[in-house]
Structure formats: C-alpha cells, structure tokens
Design a protein around this ligand. Structure first.
Ligand code: SF4
Ligand code: SF4
Length: 171
C-alpha cells in the first residue's frame, strides 16, 4: 500500500514538506533580508506569481501546470507577488527585521482591514493561534484587486509558523 505523506493525509502543508521541496530559504539567505516563500505544491494551471515578479525570481518551467520554482537570491522581498496569488499561497518573511522579531507579510482578503499598530492573533497553516503579532504595514489599493498585503511583526522564532492573522475585534 502506498504510504501517504502528511500533506496528502491532512491537506495542510507542513514545514518539513516545504523544506523537502526547496521552498524554504536557507538561514543564511534569511539573515540577509526579506525573501519570498511560495507555498504552492499542486500542479494547477496558474502563473500570476511568475508574471508578477519584476526580478524573475519565480519561474514556472515546462508548462502552465508545473509548480513554481523560486530563486531566493533574485528575490528582494518586495511583496508584489503576494496579492497576485489566487491561492493566497505567497508570503514574504523578513527574518532580519530586528534582533528579537521577524516580519511576515501575508495576503488578507477580509474586511475590515487591520490597522498599523494593532495587536492581532497570529495563526499557523492550520489556523491555530501561535503567538501575538503587531501590524506594522498595510497596503490596500484598487490595484491589489481586493486583497490587502499585511505585514506583522512576530517573535523571531515563529517566522516559519505564522501564516495568517485574526483581528481581536472579530474574535
Ligand atoms: S517578493 Fe518581489 S522579488 Fe520576490 S518573488 Fe515576489 S515579486 Fe519577485
Ligand atoms: S499564483 Fe499562487 S497558486 Fe498560482 S502558481 Fe503561483 S503560487 Fe501557485
């Protein structure tokens, strides 16, 4: 009988699976500044991420249904691709944000939007709270097609756990 991996069993990506697929940047790269993390492992006909990147850091080779590949050294963490992904699967992590905190930039489609300075709950890939977070940046414009780009600061050790936020006023 074929043995299923964690993703196949639960439908939730985990860190080990992402690392195995080369989608997690090295600590050495993380220490140099913001970098994209593309959590997309399905063979689906989709490529806005590759089209959006002005530095060709994301490529989809061999046909539209191939999975995106990332060149972490080309990426400068600008975040343009974050709101372009219909699967809400793209994040930017700045591990070097401060001595004690990292930032995670994520897509946010819900209204109302969070506000800069607001304290929110940070949740993991399964939607479970992992820590408190502070909103440090919100980009929201017509050009982003109803998806805001929100950046939160979190304790550095949670850089690879935080993948969503929940506003406290909504809880
Ligand atoms: S964050 Fe910017 S540079 Fe990096 S992959 Fe996305 S669009 Fe390209
Ligand atoms: S835009 Fe999003 S869902 Fe589409 S291929 Fe890129 S990462 Fe995957």
């Amino acid at each position: 009988m074929m043995r299923l991996n964690s993703y196949q069993r639960t439908g939730v990506l985990n860190k080990a699976e992402l690392k195995r697929r080369g989608l997690i940047p090295s600590l050495e790269r993380l220490r140099t500044g913001p970098v994209v993390i593309v959590e997309c492992i399905e063979n689906i006909p989709c490529n806005p991420c590759a089209d959006a990147c002005p530095r060709q850091a994301i490529t989809i080779e061999g046909g539209l249904t191939e999975r995106p590949q990332v060149d972490f050294n080309r990426c400068n963490g600008c975040g343009i691709c974050v709101a372009r992904c219909p699967g809400l699967a793209i994040f930017v992590v700045n591990y070097a944000y401060s001595k004690t905190e990292a930032t995670v930039t994520l897509p946010y489609e819900i209204l109302p939007r969070p506000e800069v300075g607001e304290n929110v709950a940070a949740v993991n890939r399964q939607g479970k709270k992992v820590c408190d977070a502070r909103v440090v940046k919100v980009l929201d414009s017509k050009g982003l097609d109803r998806c805001a780009i929100v950046t939160v600061a979190v304790p550095k050790s949670f850089w690879n756990d935080v993948r969503g936020i929940v506003l406290r006023r909504r809880k």
